[in-house]
Design a protein around this ligand. Structure first.
Ligand SMILES: Cc1cc2nc3c(=O)[nH]c(=O)nc-3n(C[C@H](O)[C@H](O)[C@H](O)COP(=O)(O)OP(=O)(O)OC[C@H]3O[C@@H](n4cnc5c(N)ncnc54)[C@H](O)[C@@H]3O)c2cc1C
Ligand code: FES
Length: 278
């Protein structure tokens, strides 16, 4: 499948890199982006287009966007260094070129009929929630936003201190107890849900599959609508290679869905949970 005219598929330029915690960076790219970007969509980035390796692009969510004029938008990506591609990205400097394909996929749906949005994030799953909170605050809809953010330790709560400025209530859970409550963010969710009126709520989640599975189970048990944004390794990100599938309900049966096209954000009610956990 070829990218449509609304997609940018070309060079972007590094504007700056800002350290955002141990092994975590915010990279600002300037790119000729013509389509509006919805929180939860992603960019497929070729970290070094002038070299053959790594050939495959890497997917990243949008942390923030700044539209300058009709021609240029700058986008902020927040990433952690986990392997070869992200280690190379960390070495890119201002005015270096990267390959930019995007915006891709389906973002979150802001539910205007709900008064309280609960974001449940784990690790780099935090990234799309920053842009989402910013877009909600600009939209004129003014829900209470509660962020429940889980990580192994305080230093891995990437970007957490940027949320209060967006009028987001932040509650952290760390496995070692170094910040917020000690334990899993899913336990924090259970505690918070007991204190909130069910019919006011909409849950959005992004993070490791095991975490999202428990969030979705809680939402189903309490009949709270929920959207989940999945992370998978990707190849083409254009629906052609089949590298990124998950199982979704299809009537009484199920089918494979390509996350790069129909996701990464899904109505949690549509996901077949065993696959979401794999
Ligand atoms: C839609 C989407 C949005 C994403 N947004 C962000 C983001 O905002 N910030 C960020 O830091 N990362 C994000 N990721 C994950 C990011 O794409 C990977 O960390 C990156 O591709 C790793 O590349 P690498 O070459 O450094 O690591 P590799 O050498 O390819 O892999 C290193 C390790 O990371 C694991 N890994 C690689 N890709 C993924 C993946 N997609 N999911 C789970 N494990 C993986 C590998 O199994 C391996 O253990 C996102 C992924 C998706 C699909
Ligand atoms: S990454 Fe190729 S089909 Fe989704």
């Amino acid at each position: 499948m070829k990218p449509g005219p609304e997609l940018t598929n070309g060079d972007a330029y590094v504007v700056k890199q800002i350290p955002y915690g141990p092994g975590c960076w915010l990279i600002r790219l300037a790119a000729p982006i013509h389509a509006p970007i919805a929180a939860g969509q992603f960019a497929h980035v070729r970290v070094d287009p002038e070299n053959d390796a790594p050939l495959l692009r890497r997917p990243f969510s949008f942390w923030d966007t700044h539209v300058h004029d009709d021609a240029w938008t700058s986008v902020d990506l927040l990433y952690t260094v986990v392997g070869r591609g992200t280690a190379l990205l960390e070495r890119r400097r201002p005015l270096d070129k990267v390959g930019f394909l995007g915006p891709l996929g389906r973002g979150f749906t802001p539910r205007r009929d709900k008064r309280i949005f609960v974001f449940v994030a784990g690790g780099v799953g935090i990234v799309p929630f920053h842009l989402f909170a910013k877009q909600i605050r600009r939209s004129g809809h003014d829900p209470r936003i509660i962020l429940l953010f889980g990580a192994r330790t305080a230093g891995a709560l990437w970007g957490v201190d940027d949320f209060p400025a967006l009028d987001v209530e932040v509650h952290a859970a760390t496995e070692d107890g170094s910040r917020g409550s000690k334990g899993l963010v899913t336990d924090l969710l259970e505690t918070r849900l007991r204190k909130l009126r069910r019919r006011d709520l909409m849950i959005y989640t992004c993070g490791p599959d095991a975490m999202m599975k428990r969030v979705i189970q809680s939402a189903r048990r309490k009949q709270i609508p929920c959207e989940a944004s999945l992370e998978r390794r990707m190849g083409c990100a254009l629906g052609a290679c089949g590298a990124c599938v998950t199982r979704v309900r299809d009537g009484a049966d199920w089918r494979y869905s390509r996350i790069c096209l129909e996701g990464p954000t899904y109505d949690a009610a549509d996901l077949v949970l065993d696959e979401a956990q794999a």
